[in-house]
Design a protein around this ligand. Structure first.
Ligand code: ATP
Length: 370
């Protein structure tokens, strides 16, 4: 299932290399992607449902798409595959696109797409993610299989929840029972106390310079490509981030209030410089492991985010990976303290466009698309 490399190459044969259009669903990190595409000299296409969405973009002329595709439902994108290909469109996926289309539809969308869609299979299940990240050398929060064994703070996560919706914290079995919705699949994780850092990396398999990821297993001895750190954020989560203002957890429970983890915004951060080598080690391991996930895996391509918590012992726990551009990179449309060191005004969105531009020149488009 999904698009194979032969199909991709067939589509690309008919693409006019001088009129590539960067297409994106108008949401999530689209301002950044559209702005970055324009900076790299590409035509742009916005895909949206509802006229309000389109009007809103006129507030940002620097990112306003050159063309719009207005739909009644995002799933109509599937039926527009030929339309996209006739316009030489490369779709840049983000979290909202995958959510709106559903993972199966996204994998079957017959349009060249930036990054490796095959990685979604690994990213979309908590168990598979854990296997991948642990093989990459990341330490993850412990999982508690039996709720009776909760003997310290845990976070209960529902499958498929987006942006932390519905998650809750429990200190013991009683707390768990009081809040859990047994109709849904959930995972119980040790609650890791520490500061959160969402680290935005970019992996370019076509680059032979810079920090080269060393292959492992069947790729041992090979340089796989260049790893870059683009930026870092921390999320604003409502209401847990403001909860402390109302008193202790006990006071709040007496008022029938429970902390929630719904993402409402993002803030730029940097991490202690002495933690950066470990951050790179984890990211390198994760990229190297992505090539070993299954036979013939094309591995990680482009932006990905390691979502981490650093304890007061300066140890990282990685609680999730997002294998595409994350909305946490939005504070850095004008560059970040990390990306500025290499080139100013290089957002992740622009880095994606740059990578397409370079691949067009070196005739390696099929190495970064799927
Ligand atoms: P998204 O897919 O948007 O990244 P999600 O719904 O998968 O979000 P998570 O990122 O897993 O949710 O977690 C949501 C929030 O819960 C995190 O940002 C973090 O604040 C908190 N969190 C998650 N896991 C843990 C943990 N093990 N210990 C402490 N806090 C955690």
């Amino acid at each position: 299932m999904g698009v194979n490399i032969g199909q991709l190459r067939d589509w690309l044969k008919s693409y006019d290399r001088d009129s590539i259009t960067i297409g994106v669903v108008a949401s999530h990190s689209s301002l950044q992607i559209l702005h970055g595409a324009r900076m790299e000299g590409f035509r742009t296409l916005g895909i949206a449902v509802g006229d309000n969405r389109r009007r809103f973009y006129s507030a940002f002329p620097g990112a306003e798409p050159d063309e719009w595709l207005m739909l009644d439902n995002y799933r109509e994108m599937l039926g527009h595959a030929e339309w996209f290909r006739q316009r030489n469109v490369i779709i840049i996926p983000h979290g909202s696109l995958v959510e709106y289309l559903g993972t199966t539809n996204f994998r079957n969308l017959e349009v060249p797409t930036f990054g490796n869609r095959g990685i979604l299979h690994w990213e979309s299940s908590r168990e598979r993610q854990r296997k991948w990240l642990e093989e990459g050398g990341c330490l993850m929060p412990k999982v508690i299989d039996d709720p009776h064994e909760i003997d310290g703070p845990v976070i209960v996560k529902y499958a498929g929840a987006k942006g932390g919706e519905g998650y809750f914290i429990a200190r013991d079995y009683r707390d768990f029972k009081r809040n859990v919705n047994l109709d849904e699949d959930f995972t119980i994780q040790e609650y890791v106390l520490g500061c959160r850092y969402y680290m935005h990396f970019f992996f370019d398999p076509t680059a032979t310079d810079g920090f080269q990821v060393q292959g492992r297993g069947s790729h041992a001895g090979k340089n796989l490509g260049r790893l870059e750190l683009m930026s870092m954020d921390r999320r604003d989560e409502s209401n847990v981030d403001e909860f402390y203002k109302l008193g202790s957890l006990r006071d709040l429970r007496e008022m029938n209030l429970e902390p929630s983890f719904v993402v409402t915004g993002n803030m730029p951060v940097v991490i202690r410089e002495s933690l950066l080598p470990r951050a790179f080690e984890m990211a390198e391991g994760t990229v190297a492991a992505s090539y070993e996930l299954e036979e013939g895996s094309r591995g990680m391509i482009g932006p990905f985010c390691l979502e981490t918590i650093v304890s007061d012992r300066l140890e990282f726990r990685v609680f999730e990976i997002s294998a595409r551009i994350v909305a946490g990179s939005n504070p850095f449309i004008g560059g970040s303290p990390y990306s500025d060191i290499n080139e100013e005004f290089m957002s992740t969105g622009r880095r994606i466009a740059r990578s397409i531009r370079k691949a067009l020149i070196s005739d390696k488009l099929d190495q970064i698309l799927s």
